[in-house]
Design a protein around this ligand. Structure first.
Ligand code: NAD
Length: 464
């Protein structure tokens, strides 16, 4: 069965062939199929909420509130948005028809792509698998899903639940790690939607090139957070601490580091420390609201970064529990290891800068991040930062919250990825916008037909 753990090439081939046959049958194109699948997915999320929370706890010790806000509830909102707007999205759009193509009518329509491959990652193992799936279903596609083996409980649960709730021929779940993903990537898909790190993103692109398959890459990067001297520092600190430390910092759009105006550095640090204590108490290890690091490899990587600066709060690590305390560092060198790669854990370096211009320069000297945050109460400063920097998304006076606005496209730019989704953008991503011209068979102007003449050319210039 497509839902079982797969480690043989032949079962991957079989699952993809079934999905392809389902798409070819034409049934996934029908609006009734799309709606029924979206409704079934929503039912799954509601009925199986407890099992999902348990799996998320087992994988990441994710609290139920975060499990709802960033996983189950998030996907339900995406589904509701698609159900509400699907008829409108699917409606052909009338376009102006140029004189040369008259008499005729022009429009665009959204074609399903076919069979899409969705490769998820482990930090939001429900959201990052099922939010793209909602877009794929709304677009009328069949899909093969590859959850991350690192979030193994959630992966197994998805492989069990999805075929029971959804059309099992059209939606296949293939479990496994690098080998199974490579086997899948050898197959021909009509689109690959990948969420994960840049290194595997390169593998995906190389494999996709063989079949000229279009690819969406949802990657990561070091998302900066700029705090100016006029910002509301207490609110800024609370929001930054929440964005950095929820899910124990294992969030692609978490603020990775802070560039704060030197005049307010100490005040911001004091507020950050206070926010951490207010959220997780004096010993965050005992807080039921604080996650753990997903595996030993990431724990070891993060433990080495804990003392790359002066520790303002946190700094503790416990390998047995894979616990890394919410840690704020100051006086960090821009060349320190913690400033080299995306941290992807609960460590927040705070670097003082003499001005927002210096902060902008710091950001533009580095690859385009997935998100950029600016805290300032001066509109001109906010605008200057937005206008002079490049990032997948940006958010003013908050972090992460741009994700909950389905009208906003979500995705990276440059090294943080290519392509976008959420809301209508998912529908656009998982369909091909086809332009159609319908000509009348009456009035067949001879101007374009040979033998050509100067008269034809003059007429052509007139009507073109
Ligand atoms: P990863 O890139 O190692 O894994 C992602 C997927 O690729 C998994 O399903 C895995 O099984 C598969 N995979 C792993 N090695 C492979 C290989 N050699 N060949 C083929 N497939 C392979 O995931 P990661 O690096 O641990 O994820 C963290 C990264 O993901 C961070 O950079 C983070 O910012 C990014 N991320 C981005 C988003 C987003 O929405 N843009 C969301 C979450 C995470």
């Amino acid at each position: 069965m497509a839902s079982q753990l797969m480690n043989t090439g032949s079962s991957v081939v079989e699952a993809v062939a079934k999905a392809r046959a389902s798409f070819r049958s034409g049934r996934t194109r029908a609006v009734s199929w799309r709606r029924s699948q979206l409704e079934a997915l929503k039912r799954l999320l509601k009925q199986e909420e407890s099992a999902i929370f348990e799996a998320l706890w087992a994988d990441l010790r994710k609290p139920r509130l975060e499990g709802y806000l960033t996983e189950v509830g998030f996907v339900i909102k995406e589904i509701d948005d698609a159900l509400r707007h699907l008829d409108g999205w699917m409606k052909p759009e009338r376009k102006h028809t140029s004189l040369l193509a008259q008499p005729g009518r022009s429009w665009t329509t959204h074609d399903p792509l076919g069979v899409v491959l969705i490769i998820g990652t482990w930090n939001y193992p429900v959201q990052l698998l099922l939010a793209p799936l909602a877009g794929a279903l709304a677009g009328g596609n069949a899909a093969a899903l590859k959850p991350s083996e690192i979030a193994s409980h959630t992966s197994a649960l998805m492989a069990d639940l999805l075929p029971r709730h959804l059309d099992p021929e059209a939606v296949a779940v293939i479990q496994g790690g690098a080998d199974e993903t490579q086997a899948l990537l050898d197959e021909r898909f009509d689109m690959i939607f990948f969420t994960g790190g840049g290194r595997v993103g390169q593998v995906v692109l190389e494999k996709a090139a063989k079949h000229l398959t279009p690819v969406v890459l949802e990657l990561g990067g070091k998302s900066p957070c700029l705090v100016d001297r006029d910002a509301s520092l207490e609110v800024a600190a609370r929001r930054i601490a929440w964005g950095r430390f929820s899910n124990a910092g294992q969030t692609c759009v978490a603020p990775d580091y802070v560039l704060v105006h030197e005049a307010v550095e100490l005040e911001l640090l004091a507020h950050l420390r206070a926010a951490v204590t207010a959220f997780y108490g004096d010993d965050p290890r005992t807080s039921p609201d604080y996650c753990r690091i997903v595996n030993d490899r990431n724990f070891e990587r993060l433990s080495k970064l804990l003392h790359d600066g002066e520790v303002i709060c946190g700094g503790q690590a416990d390998a047995k529990e894979r616990y890394i305390a919410p840690t704020v560092l100051r006086g960090v060198s821009p060349d320190a290891p913690v400033m080299r790669d995306e941290i992807f854990g609960p460590i927040l370096p705070v670097l003082a800068v003499p001005s927002m211009d210096a902060a902008i320069e710091f950001v533009t000297d580095r690859p385009s991040p997935l998100a950029l945050y600016v805290f300032s109460n001066v509109e001109a400063t906010q605008q200057k930062v937005i206008d002079r920097t490049s990032s997948g998304n940006a958010c003013i006076n908050d972090v992460l919250m741009h994700m909950v606005v389905p009208e906003l496209p979500f995705g990276g730019v440059g090294e943080s990825g290519m392509g976008r989704y959420h809301g209508r953008w998912s529908f656009e991503t998982f369909t091909h916008r086809k332009g159609v011209l319908a000509r009348s068979i009456h009035l067949d102007l001879p101007v374009r037909y040979p033998p050509y003449s100067d008269g034809h050319l003059a007429l052509l210039k007139l009507i073109d």
